[in-house]
Design a binder for this molecule. Structure first.
Ligand code: SF4
Ligand code: SF4
Length: 430
């Protein structure tokens, strides 16, 4: 085992391989406040990559209803229980140790899946990463418990007010998930054949199908359960990050070679998704690029947080947490940055509001943004999560996005323009 630095945990941790980092990292932000569980993303992925024989139960992209849903069933509750069993009562964060750049969420003082593994000794010896192999039944229903809420009982006169902010008493939310193309992947660490690799050019994690022998150690070792076994080929498969699009090699979509976002991102109806690439230094730190939309949301503002950072794989999927959900639940899922993220999202300042307009405004990957200031157009009363009342000033700023070649590819204003078609020309105008 080597020592590697995990910035999400704010400390070194053990990992089976030495520290090495890609030049760019595939990353994404999902805004859970906006997901409507239409499953358009799920079907876009299915119809592109997993529509063949043997892939019937394979959903590289899935959207589950929290707290009860999960694909495979109860994947996160099971992992959390295994970690708690290995380190009872000590799976805690020291949020007081937070430093904005080095340790934005403080320090995680518990055990990661790699550190807890030595306590789980099976017939083949200790595990490389704490994990389990889901049963076939657990893979069967990708959307079990859809729309099932928790938290309250229906009693006359009590139900009203159950959906008051800051926290709803009766609640659920949708969690969209793909492979996180982790910095320290559990799947890669657990593979005894070295069949899994992380690409140096974009950090996408792939399985070499010619080396894979279907031992399913990756299925066991991925804490997010995003590797799936294919029975008719006897190999494991996972999200490939739509790499031809990321490489800019799709002749129809990117004739000039500019990278394009994945299928699941591009189709998102709720406009919850923004995907991109962030530059990474040799030491694994993200190079400071405050005008890169992902860097801005994740590192600069910390409004988007990693999913279960305590697992220790340094996932590259980030989530703007849902505003209405009890904070204890969210802190277990996204770490100690939840209050700060929700506070900012509840009343975004001028710059953050502008960057939020980039979600699904363009399918080319945006490497840089610029904001042109516009006039003040409104004042809106807002109640913050802590109960404080505030007046939010709205400005009709314009946000401009640039692609890999620094060419302007999108321009959006805060105040959405209304287009009216002349009724003499269009029979269906109303
Ligand atoms: S397409 Fe977007 S809004 Fe629809 S389920 Fe997927 S992530 Fe949610
Ligand atoms: S989410 Fe799972 S499959 Fe994807 S890179 Fe991380 S450990 Fe591997």
């Amino acid at each position: 085992m080597s020592q590697v630095y995990n910035w999400q945990l704010g400390r070194d941790m053990t990992y089976p391989y030495e520290e090495r980092h890609p030049q760019w990292q595939f990353a994404f932000v999902f805004n859970t406040n906006r997901c409507i569980a239409c499953q358009t993303c799920t079907m876009a992925c299915k119809s592109t990559w997993t529509f063949s024989r043997g892939q019937e139960y394979m959903w590289w992209n899935n959207v589950e209803t929290k707290p009860f849903g999960g694909y495979p069933h109860n994947w996160d509750a099971k992992l959390l229980a295994m970690l708690e069993e290995a380190n009872p009562g000590k799976q805690i964060w020291n949020a007081g140790a937070a430093e904005p750049q080095e340790k934005p969420y403080g320090t995680f003082e518990g055990k990661t899946i790699f550190e807890a593994a030595e306590t789980r000794v099976g017939p083949e010896g200790p595990q490389v990463a704490v994990g389990y192999l889901p049963t076939e039944a657990e893979w069967r229903s990708p959307n079990l418990h859809e729309d099932s809420a928790t938290g309250g009982k229906w009693r006359p006169g009590e139900f009203s007010g159950s959906s008051q902010l800051p926290e709803h008493r009766v609640w659920f939310f949708y969690l969209a998930r793909i492979c996180n193309h982790c910095t320290y992947p559990g799947c890669l660490g657990a593979c005894p054949r070295q069949a899994i690799y992380k690409r140096p050019e974009d950090g996408i994690v792939l399985i070499d199908q010619t080396r894979c022998r279907g031992y399913r150690k990756c299925v066991e070792g991925c804490p997010y359960k995003k590797v799936m076994y294919r029975g008719n080929t006897h190999t494991s498969e996972k999200c490939v990050g739509c790499y031809p699009r990321i490489e800019g090699k799709d002749p129809d979509l990117c004739p000039d070679g500019a990278p394009v976002e994945t299928r699941c991102m591009s189709v998102c109806v709720g406009k919850i998704r923004l995907q991109g690439l962030v530059p990474v230094g040799d030491d694994g730190k993200w190079l400071a690029r405050p005008d890169n939309p992902l860097y801005f949301l994740i590192r600069e503002r910390q409004v988007a947080l990693p999913l279960y950072p305590q697992f220790g794989t340094e996932p590259n999927g980030y989530y703007i947490p849902p505003r209405w959900v009890p904070r204890g639940y969210l802190q277990q899922m996204f770490g100690p940055g939840v209050e700060h993220a929700i506070e900012q999202y509840s009343c975004p300042d001028r710059e953050l509001l502008a960057v939020l307009q980039l979600f699904r405004a363009q399918r080319q990957i945006l490497y840089r943004f610029k904001i042109e200031r516009g006039p003040k157009v409104a004042e809106v009363p807002v109640r913050l999560p802590n109960g404080e009342e505030k007046v939010q000033e709205l400005f009709n700023d314009t946000i401009i996005g640039f692609n890999k070649f620094d060419k302007e590819v999108v321009r959006v204003t805060i105040d959405e323009p209304v287009m009216q078609r002349p009724k003499e020309k269009h029979a269906n105008s109303i």
